[in-house]
Write a protein that binds this ligand. Sequence first.
Ligand code: ATP
Ligand code: MG
Length: 722
Amino acid sequence: MLAGLDPEQRSAVTAPAGPVCILAGAGTGKTRAVTSRIAYRALSGDIASRHVLAVTFTARAAAEMRSRLGVLGVQGVQARTFHAAALRQVRYFAPRLLAGRAMPELLDSKVRVVTLAAAKLGLRTDRTAARDLAAEIEWAKSSLVEPDEYVVAAAKARRETPYEPARVAEVFVAYERLKRGNGVIDFEDMLRAAVWGIEEHPDVAEQVRSQYRHFVVDEYQDVNPLQQRLLDVWLGGRDDLTVVGDASQTIYSFTGATSSYLVDFPRHHRGATVVRLVRDYRSTPQVVGLANAVISQARGAEARLRLELHGQRRSGPEPELRIFTDEPAEATAVAARCRALVAGGTPAREIAVLFRTNAQSEAYEKALSEAEVPYVLQGAERFFERPEVRQAMIALRAATRSIPGETPLPAAVVEGLAAVGWAPDAPPAGGAARERWEALAALLQLAEEYAATPEVLPIGEAATVERQVTLAGFTEELARRAAQQHVPTVDGVTLASLHSAKGLEWDAVFLVGLAEGTLPTTYAKTPEQVEEERRLLYVGITRAREWLWLSYAAARSPGGRARRPSRFLPQLDRSGGGERAGAGSPARRAERRRPQVVSCRICGATLLAGADRKLGRCPTCPSDLDEELYERLRDWRQRVAGAQRVPAYVVFTDATLTALAERKPGRTEELVAIAGIGPRKVGLYGDPVLALVAGATVDDVLPAENFGNQSVNRLPSPEGEE
Ligand code: ATP
Ligand code: MG
């Protein structure tokens, strides 16, 4: 085992029991050193693996740690996130701590309860404001700041608060009260319960501490005060603790995490073994060079501990910067590159597309599906795995036997869902209950869509076959969708946010959307916040073993406002960049290999980018857009999306609206001729769209009965999400 380590790593691995601190840059083998240390001690009989608790910050990192330990021949180590470890402890001890009372339900999001809390104070919040309030409460609780301390603490931390700090504090108080009243707890409460269980109950403390004797924390630069507190009570004064981290990868300070525990570790733990690692084993010298160039510009406290990395691998390709006209074009090109890489033998699971915000993922999901490249979305919610959805599916299946076949599908679904206590009138109060209600409401929505969607038949079959829209058919459809989601797509391209990519590595990495306003995000205002954005780019770059593509789109959508490249990008060679780069390369040829040629209806050029194809012309060719119609279509789309509680682009993208307002289709056939409008969309929206083109007003085409009932008593839906 020691043979695979360099002398510095070896000194960390073989250090005697007691505090060990590994301070090192990305890819220098911190995680390898720490897993080797556990394995070395377990296999040499120094410690028992079941007494080891290895803590990480994401479930994926925990899984990675377990798999690395497995490779080293060690089983039985508890490798968990702080949350999972705390939850396990709280669940285990709940009967003892709660004296027979049921364990409160755990909220998976604060947003709904925060919205209700704000409303109680007469504060109307849209989803964004509610999220910001939730983030403030989360920050406060993670930083061990009580509601009455919030105003002072927020000023000290220079928080940018969504409302007056005093107002936020009031919402915080109302949130806590509402939560207690509804018998639900949030994640921070759960960590606090784990702390409290140990501090107040000597028998619990004794049992936890005899179970966990050796502690390891990876990515320690991102620990927050609440997590540190839990770590302290777990340790209970003992010092068999190994921490590893890199201050230059501190990317969660906005949530209350702080690298100060890492930086101060040697001072707080006398006699700690401190190891520094600078040899980068992960990436090529080209990638390492770019990483060094980016982080060398860093300022602030975290930058003081910065280390220059030394690449250990052999030379590889230069990182490439590509510039695209718009985001759909960027996504299409990235998907084509992924496809080419896979065709060239790189396993899809060794490729990642990383972005700043999760909202960016949709374009890549779509582009990858169109390119037929499998992908895995990291951190995505799996709808069909939620317990209430599974129960409801069982209930619906049972209902097929009792509900007459001729009952209209939505009515049958409402009746079937009554068996699990769901009623369409109004969502109940309380976060968890509301989430459950919403999930079941989504099933009804699926039923409505299913009933409205014409059957798409494979080419060659009779064009008109009446499909039976029955409850039985619908339950089959649900089962099919669930099965599709359950397919373990282990071998897919990873789509992930930069935040969730920490600690991971891939052969090929695409860093997309590297424009000002996205990275750094417009929300980064203070110098500290901007520095954190820089560190995010550093984290992203250092995920790549070999291939690294950086890209951004000059405009968000075709013809949109121009944007500048991210200020963090060093002056790369941009001469050959953009869509013209490497026109003869295999990837470029693959991009051209499209099932169907779409030409610009103005100049006749072949259109490659998805958005241009939808538009039916080059973005640079003159537009004959009917502005007035475009406005009406937008207005209509906004209201439909609002009523259906989906982002506007789910109804139609901007590019499709533009195409509609330019081409003004008069018949269904002309409608389907617009790329991006298929039979499903025609079934759902064909009639109102044709009516709008013919001059109808938005009110004319929005029948009240379709949207009326559904939108009452709902929380405000997201606005203008595009
Ligand atoms: P990060 O800061 O991104 O979390 P890290 O410091 O934890 O990175 P690891 O993930 O442990 O780095 O290691 C990076 C890569 O280098 C891994 O593929 C690992 O197997 C490899 N590696 C680490 N140490 C050595 C070594 N001594 N010899 C060869 N390869 C090594
Ligand atoms: Mg690591």
